[in-house]
Ligand binder design. Structure first.
Ligand code: F6R
Length: 221
């Protein structure tokens, strides 16, 4: 595990974008694990700019997103499907058949999602943000680490943190479908970006604390 500290949030996230761009340059049909939320936006902006300038090509790239809310229409601007369209998919030449997100239809498609990741040859590089409670990919603090894609009940802390995107906390979906910790750990490279003071405790617990499903990101140790 390597740690890099940057001057500001944009630089930290762009550094992750550099690693993703390098991966695509090395292997044109790379499999990217992608995240939503505020943290990765600068990386997507940077990848879009490099695509525009002809530096990277997404024609053969395949992507798998970490998660999607349960019970939210994919056209709803607050869905993660819509987020990815807005910040990356509509701006680069990714083929629609090569982009994958959990459907958000509860447990129904979880196994198919795991199989699709497996059939793609696994994830080459997985981009992660981190929740204030140490969650990664909405794998919330729990008694056990999860393996495959599954339905997650969001904690009160995550609902409160994500209420900023909705009209109120009441409107935040209570559940999500999330790629499990096992899928994340199976990625050949994992890049976690943490920015902002409110992530400091989660980062400390992730790096210095015990490896425990109570701090899901600690598994990266
Ligand atoms: C999003 C995801 C979440 C976020 C985390 C941090 O796909 O899996 O784990 O990475 O909640 O969100 P932000 O970046 O908005 O602070």
């Amino acid at each position: 595990m390597e740690f890099h500290v940057y001057e500001n949030a944009r630089a930290a996230c762009e550094a992750a974008g550099v690693l993703i761009a390098a991966q695509i340059t090395r292997k044109g049909d790379s499999v990217l694990g992608l995240a939503t939320g505020s943290t990765p936006i600068p990386a997507y902006e940077m990848l879009t700019q490099w695509y525009d300038r002809g530096v990277i090509d997404f024609d053969r790239v395949r992507t798998f997103n970490l998660d999607e809310y349960v019970g939210i229409d994919h056209k709803n601007p607050l869905s993660y499907h819509a987020f990815m369209q807005e910040h990356l998919f509509s701006k680069v030449n990714l083929r629609p058949e090569n982009v994958h997100l959990p459907s958000g239809n509860g447990a129904a498609d979880a196994e198919a999602y795991d199989k699709a990741i497996h059939d793609a040859g696994g994830i080459d590089i997985q981009l992660l943000g981190i929740g204030r409670n140490g969650h990664i990919g909405f794998n919330e603090p729990a008694d056990d680490f999860t393996y495959g894609t599954h339905v997650v009940t969001l904690t009160a802390d995550t609902i409160e943190a994500n209420a900023r995107f909705f009209k109120s906390a009441d409107e935040v979906p209570r559940q999500a479908v999330s790629m499990g910790i096992g899928n994340i750990m199976a990625a050949k490279c994992v890049v976690l970006v943490a920015t902002g003071e409110n992530k400091a405790k989660a980062v400390r617990d992730t790096i210095r604390g015990p490896i425990t499903p109570r701090v899901p990101a600690s598994v990266l140790q």
